[in-house]
Design a protein around this ligand. Structure first.
Ligand code: SF4
Ligand code: SF4
Length: 86
């Protein structure tokens, strides 16, 4: 089964602040390219997580598989607090 949830960067909106790269602890972004968001491992993304998108100041991150439902992954990074699990 192919991955059904992962972030997609709109590079026309991205200001390369690095917040998304810094936030994700699941290996989705290539941290060696910080602050540029280069996605290298879509399989690492947690279903329903919007941890990186919630931090993006320019609305440049959308998710494949997102149909507008409330995030339900249960992962700390999808909440308003600044948990550090990803
Ligand atoms: S922070 Fe969450 S949504 Fe963003 S890439 Fe990492 S696991 Fe996926
Ligand atoms: S958080 Fe948004 S603006 Fe910042 S690097 Fe990521 S995609 Fe670009």
């Amino acid at each position: 089964m192919s991955k059904s949830w992962y972030p997609v960067i709109n590079y026309e909106l991205c200001v390369e602040c690095g917040a998304c790269v810094d936030k994700c602890g699941h290996g989705v972004y290539d941290k060696s390219k910080y602050p540029s968001p280069k996605i290298v491992n879509t399989d690492g993304c947690i279903q329903g997580c919007k941890g990186c998108g919630n931090l993006c100041p320019s609305g440049a991150i959308e998710y494949v598989g997102d149909v507008g439902e409330k995030s339900d992954c249960g992962c700390c990074c999808s909440g308003d607090d600044s948990g550090d699990c990803c």
